[in-house]
Write a protein that binds this ligand. Structure first.
Ligand SMILES: [Ca+2]
Length: 233
């Protein structure tokens, strides 16, 4: 009897607790909104005077995607270097594979599973290079803040690159090298951040344009890349 009585007591106690929790959430919700508004006002005041870091790339969380048409030449390039990907190839909007010889025997997969993604419902597996389709004009002194999430159950690697270009008078781009950093991966999603300051020159040539890219030699899961730029004063 004593045991039964306890059993009846517990759900009642739980109900009471749940009620408190819900009420707390209600209060928390209001507090959160107030905090958000305060942050927004503070942020506007702060960045209004100090020069905001503006996002450079969109869709770094890989949520927007498109299937590449069957006749696209990218399939032939993948075949030529034995690069593995599902068919049809589904790429994140604003990103494409860089299928150079160094990506030989590489692999790319789009994973659609919110339980496996770091943000939203999508992340990618990459052994090779994924780069932005857009070029970005830069100026010496610009500070590029990069963050990305990487994960691999096995020891692996990730590198972030800015492919760097100069521009001649006709507006033609010439590759002059790259700016990069490399990190080891962890077994759980781990955020890596870095700031890269844009130099005036590379190899004696003016740096005018960059393209962003991520690379893994051993293969890794990647999600939620942000790149923002604080313009030089
Ligand atoms: Ca995502």
């Amino acid at each position: 009897m004593e045991y039964q009585a306890k059993q009846n007591v517990i759900p009642a106690a739980l109900k009471c607790f749940q009620g408190t929790a819900e009420r707390r959430e209600g209060t928390m919700g209001k507090k959160r909104i107030a905090a958000f508004v305060a942050c927004f006002i503070f942020g506007t005041v702060l960045f209004g005077t100090a020069g905001a870091a503006e996002p450079l790339v969109n869709n770094g969380d890989f949520e927007e995607t498109h299937a590449v048409p069957e006749k696209d030449s990218i399939y032939k390039r993948m075949e030529a270097i034995n690069f593995k990907a599902e068919s049809p190839l589904v790429l994140p909007e604003g990103w494409t594979l860089n299928l150079t010889n160094s990506a030989r025997d590489g692999e790319y997969r789009l994973i659609t599973d919110s339980a496996r993604a770091q943000s939203g419902s999508k992340c990618i597996y990459l052994k090779g290079h994924l780069m932005t389709t857009a070029n970005f004009d830069v100026n010496a002194g610009d500070e590029m803040e990069i963050s990305l999430y990487v994960k691999n159950p096995e020891k692996s690697d990730i590198a972030f690159y800015f492919y760097c270009y100069t521009k001649n008078e006709e507006g033609r781009l010439g590759n002059i090298g790259s700016l990069s950093f490399r990190e080891a991966t962890e077994t759980e999603w781990t955020k890596h951040t870095k700031t890269i300051k844009i130099p005036e020159e590379i190899k004696g040539k003016k740096l005018k344009v960059v393209k962003a890219a991520i690379t893994s030699r051993a293969g890794t899961y990647v999600d939620n890349i942000t790149i923002s730029r604080k313009k030089a004063e």
